[in-house]
Unconditional design. Sequence first.
Length: 132
Amino acid sequence: MSTFATTEELTARLSSAYADPADAAQLLVKASELIDYATQGFAQLIYDGTDYTSSDYDAIRVELSNATCDQVEFWLEVGEETDVVGLRGSMIAGRVQVQRLPPALGPRALRTLLRAGLYWQGSGVRAPYPSA
């Protein structure tokens, strides 16, 4: 599994409201795994150059980096543990009620993937499979 962004790219992409996390490299690996999952493995294929024939290859790789950094920024805001526990919707624990738990994929990361045509296989950019 490749990491789709570097710590330098994360520093450049982060909002000024956030400091560089001490565990940036580890967060980038985990965010890359989630981005690859959100694209059904297509992100890794693009990153490797295995299944991609478009002339926009470099631009698509930049979008993968941006989405990965956006996901790390999302975790800095809501906490990575929301992805670890996998809670969705709402939660009631005794007298504590939480109405909206954050999604696994951050909104900015989702928008970046959608804009690039990469969310759930990126049907707009995937080359057709050759016939057998």
